[in-house]
Ligand binder design. Structure first.
Ligand SMILES: Cc1ncc(COP(=O)(O)O)c(C=O)c1O
Length: 305
């Protein structure tokens, strides 16, 4: 039986089309070599959240791959806005702003000049995330998957194969998310989330030197924890730390703050969302509302040093 057409639209070359009709040429280097970068943004009250930070990270990702970004922030903002306005579904959106190196080049060598291709996908925020945030999810430590580390660890490139293998191994073991090893062999993050552990009231998250993605939700959560006067450290998370934690939670733009109630089939703490994570989820929702109402697009505006 044919699958239902995917819900959503794509902006490509100045036009918004239904996802089922959106096409890029097979000669696109994103398709050939994963020669692309992207960023995932969500909306609240139909407006993109912290879009300035996401575009800054997209530019850093592109710069790390020596890829030009021939669009100004204002142009990108207007393209994202146009895509949301024509999304054709109700409710909040998950936006994937993608930039490929376009066509051309001889084999791996870069085309001269480079003509990047911009694609913006706009789809509904995955159903179920809200209830998973309430009930908590299970995490799995898969057998062998190392985060990318180095330059690629800090950016969102089109190469997510290790993450994809880790996630699918985790899903086979009943996990919603799977952990990835950081540069020093400790647990750095999850396949599309950052990782936090709570022990004796202290919140620990791996530092960026673990080769992890500098998550924008991670940064917001760190600001909120500090505002709340809670103890926060950046340090490696080893097996013993995770196994002995009172609470674990993961963060991402789409998952927000999601408590983990199980790790490899064993309960985390009491096997239900912990009090600190529950409190943090409330404060996080408040911070999101504050930031959206103020019209801030970067955390640096919401939390000036
Ligand atoms: C590997 C990885 N880590 C962490 C995150 C969370 O980042 P953010 O909070 O900016 O969405 C993501 C997001 O997709 C990711 O792909």
């Amino acid at each position: 039986m044919a699958e239902d057409a995917p819900t959503g639209v794509a902006w490509i070359d100045g036009r918004v089309t239904p996802l089922s009709e959106a096409r890029v040429p097979v000669t696109d280097r994103g398709f050939l070599f994963a020669d692309s970068v992207f960023d995932t943004v969500r909306t609240y009250e139909e407006l993109p959240f912290l879009l300035g930070d996401h575009l800054d990270r997209l530019r850093r990702s592109a710069a790390a791959l020596s890829m030009p970004v021939p669009w100004t922030d204002d142009e990108l903002l207007s393209i994202v806005g146009m895509t949301i306005n024509q999304r054709g579904f109700a409710g909040e959106s998950s936006l994937r702003v993608m930039l490929t190196r376009g066509d051309g080049g001889s084999g791996l060598s870069f085309p001269e000049p480079q003509r990047p291709r911009l694609v913006v996908l706009c789809r509904p925020v995955p159903g179920g995330y809200a209830s998973m945030g309430e009930a908590g999810v299970h995490l799995v430590r898969p057998s062998r998957h190392q985060g990318k580390g180095g330059v690629l660890g800090h950016i969102k490139s089109g190469d997510y194969l290790d993450n994809l293998l880790a996630l699918n191994e985790g899903r086979r073991s009943g996990g919603m998310e799977a952990l990835m090893l950081g540069a020093d062999g400790s647990w750095g993050e999850a396949t599309t989330s950052n990782l936090f552990a709570v022990s004796d009231g202290v919140v620990t998250t791996p530092g960026l030197e673990a080769g992890i993605l500098p998550g924008i939700t991670r940064a917001l959560v760190m600001h909120v924890l500090t505002e709340e006067g809670l103890s926060l450290t950046e340090a490696s998370l080893h097996d013993a730390h995770l196994e002995g934690a009172d609470e674990l939670f993961i963060t991402s733009s789409l998952k927000e703050v999601m408590p983990a109630v199980g790790l490899d089939g064993q309960p985390v703490g009491a096997g239900e969302p912990g009090p600190l994570t529950t409190q943090l989820r409330e404060r996080f929702a408040g911070a999101v509302q504050r930031i959206q109402r103020a019209g801030y697009t970067r955390l640096s505006e919401a939390f000036p040093c």
